[in-house]
Design a protein around this ligand. Structure first.
Ligand SMILES: Nc1ncnc2c1ncn2[C@@H]1O[C@H](COP(=O)(O)OP(=O)(O)OP(=O)(O)O)[C@@H](O)[C@H]1O
Ligand SMILES: [Mg+2]
Length: 351
């Protein structure tokens, strides 16, 4: 098949004076594109890279690929990760991974948390701030955690995200508004282990984007493949990181990543995390691949809390969480990439 690999490369991103230095931290590197293209070629596919910017429409019309391998994060706007899928829908070109609604939803952490809460899925209690002076909900107790509502790759996340009192809260809100110009998400700070679960596949019917109301109903996981969970080894990082998975750890220190994979968890804990990951995948409408991030509450028997779902998880060979997890599960990078493609090929009945 002719596969167009669609991504936003860091080196192709627009720049302007006064731009925040972390502005494009979530965009992809050439190594990732090269890795994906070689993986696809190793299975006999023809792969062409296209930058997911304004030139995409013309390039796609000319190239007419059979399918696109989409990992575009986009540049601008609150639905930026959904823009390329919207174009592909318009051109009726098949593509890998989640669709418009899911990608726009997952980019917005508060919106996603509202959906999770509706379904009774555990996510830290929260409040969204649009202005610095808004009163804090009296139900929220310090310490709290402040982060931008619509960023990834730890952008805006550092030890200073943990706030202990009103004054620290207001200072951090100011920083977040100034730097990211978007609402800030303030959550209960969950002290505890940091675990992420990667999965590939698609749920088989019946999937009505909701969970069975009956607690004893069988847990529907059919069609999904879970990789061993990864735990970030916070003890290996300087104290300045504050025990959280910071932007520094995901960028500057990314090549010196300290983790346990498989995470040292009991079989019951893994089963619970997998079920929660499947539930999140289901209610947010993910397709083909996702990674769900958790914290295990040290003050409540390691009760898992869902922090977010990543329907476009990083695919940097050998380093991104999902790639490490797949490897620990006995999959090569080539197998991971081609499975994602094959899942989409199956959905579109291209073969
Ligand atoms: N409520 C919380 N309590 C404790 N730590 C938190 C909380 N929310 C976020 N964190 C810490 O901040 C990190 C980044 O948060 P989150 O996963 O929401 O952001 P992200 O930048 O979108 O991540 P990704 O790189 O996975 O896209 C988490 O991995 C965790 O270490
Ligand atoms: Mg995360």
């Amino acid at each position: 098949m002719h596969v167009a690999v669609l991504a936003n490369l860091k080196k192709n991103a627009p720049t302007w004076p006064g731009m925040a230095p972390d502005r494009w931290d979530d965009l992809d590197s050439e190594e990732t594109i090269q890795g994906i293209m070689s993986a696809l070629e190793s299975q006999g596919h023809r792969a062409t890279f296209l930058e997911g910017d304004q030139t995409l429409l013309d390039h796609l019309r000319r190239l007419r690929p059979d399918i696109c391998f989409n990992i575009c994060e986009g540049h601008f706007g609150d639905g930026r990760e959904a823009q390329v899928p919207a174009i592909l829908e318009m051109l009726r070109i098949p593509y890998t991974g989640s669709q418009v609604l899911t990608l726009a939803l997952a980019l917005d952490k508060p919106m996603t948390k509202r959906v999770l809460t509706y379904h009774g899925l555990p996510t830290p209690p929260f409040q969204v701030f649009e202005r610095i002076g808004e009163p804090l909900d009296p139900d929220l107790q310090f310490p709290l955690f402040v982060k931008p509502s619509r960023e990834g790759t730890g952008m805006g996340v550092s030890a200073e995200s943990i706030v202990q009192n009103e004054q620290q809260l207001r200072t951090r809100l100011e920083h977040t508004f100034e730097r990211y110009d978007e609402p800030a998400l303030v959550e209960r700070f969950i002290a505890g282990r940091e675990v992420t679960v990667g999965l590939v596949g698609n749920l088989r019917s019946p999937v009505a984007r909701r969970l069975p109301e009956d607690e004893d109903a069988p847990r529907i996981l059919r069609g999904l493949h879970f990789f061993p969970p990864l735990e970030v080894d916070m003890t290996a990082y300087p104290e300045e990181e504050g025990g959280v998975y910071t932007s520094r750890m995901k960028t500057e220190l990314a090549h010196d990543f300290h983790y346990h994979c498989p995470a040292p968890l009991s079989a019951d804990q893994v089963e619970d995390l997998n079920w929660l990951a499947a539930a999140v995948f289901r209610v947010t409408g993910c397709l083909d691949v996702a990674r769900v991030d958790f914290r295990l509450d040290a003050d409540d028997n390691e009760r898992p809390y869902i922090l977010e779902v990543n329907p476009l998880p990083g695919l940097y060979p050998g380093y991104s969480d999902l790639c490490v997890e797949a490897e620990a599960g006995g999959w090569t990078y080539e197998e991971l990439i081609n499975r994602i493609l094959d899942l989409a090929v199956e959905r579109y009945e291209l073969e």
